[in-house]
Design a protein around this ligand. Structure first.
Ligand code: B12
Length: 213
């Protein structure tokens, strides 16, 4: 099977075909992570390029996002590891005003797969909701995602709110999303940044003081 076939199904927004291909690839013994990295993400990269260049409009992007989600639904349980002690509790969400969740969910799946316990607050999450979740769930790591330059400042609002309440000392903050940079992360007072899901796992482990495996 060629992974480019799956990328094409994502690019062309063909959800049932993406789902069938993914199932067949799993049946053939391919690793879930390989399918994500070699089929799904390259497909979504092309979608992003086409959107940027004005070749794709929102309806096409939505169809691609739907195809991506269908395939991810099959892979998610396989990436999630259930056995063993938790490496730590993570609260994650896409910040207020922002509805992009594909990358965030990918990071969440990878963190779960690595052994973290992930509480996913979804999208459009207010600073108050982040704070409440940290307080109620006793999280040690907050992960925030933003895909719009206009919603990036909400990340700072969350850091500031955690700072104002007593909980900042007990949590690490990691941020990410296409427009976010390492520099921005440090400017707003976050503890960590990662450009993509695999390095997000390593950064999370570093922040939590977990030995590299
Ligand atoms: C899919 C998509 C959509 C879908 C979202 C579907 C969904 N459920 O997520 C829909 C169609 C809904 C959409 C809507 C809009 N979108 Co849009 N969208 C995209 C697109 C094409 C791909 C995003 C994606 O899923 N990428 C694939 C994933 C795997 O990558 P990722 O998100 O970057 O995540 C990776 C890393 O960033 C990182 N990461 C992500 N989060 C986190 C968090 C942490 C803690 C860490 C460590 C790492 C991390 O790891 C991930 C995995 O490797 C991008 C283009 C692009 N190049 O990003 C535009 C893009 C983000 N959208 C854009 C725009 C403008 C919009 C709209 C405003 C359009 C409109 N006029 O209505 C709306 C806004 C809606 C809203 N309020 O949020 C612009 C943003 C421009 C800007 N700089 O602000 C982009 C860049 C397109 C463009 N070039 O113009 N969009």
């Amino acid at each position: 099977m060629e992974f480019s076939e799956l990328s094409d199904y994502i690019i062309n927004g063909r959800a049932p075909a993406a789902e069938e291909w993914t199932q067949a690839a799993l049946d053939e013994g391919n690793e879930a992570l390989t399918i994500v990295n070699q089929g799904l993400v390259p497909g979504m990269d092309v979608v992003g390029e086409r959107f940027k260049n004005g070749e794709y409009y929102l309806p096409e992007v939505l169809l691609s996002a739907r195809a991506m989600k269908r395939a991810m639904a099959l892979l998610s349980p396989l990436l999630a590891r259930t056995e063993g002690a938790s490496l730590g509790r993570v609260v994650m969400g896409t910040v207020k005003g922002d509805l992009h969740d594909i990358g965030k969910n990918l990071v969440g799946m990878m963190l779960e797969g690595a052994g973290f316990e992930v509480i996913n607050l979804g999208t459009d999450v207010t600073p108050e909701q982040f704070l409440k979740a940290v307080e109620e769930d006793g999280a040690q790591l907050v992960c925030m995602s933003a895909l719009l330059t206009t919603t990036m400042p909400v990340m700072k609002a969350v850091v500031d709110l955690l700072e104002e309440s007593e909980v900042r000392q007990q949590v690490q903050v990691m941020v990410g999303g296409a427009p976010v940079t390492e520099r921005y992360a440090s400017d707003i007072g976050a503890d960590g940044y990662a450009p993509e899901a695999a390095s997000a796992v390593q950064t999370a482990k570093d922040l939590m003081g977990v030995e590299a495996s």
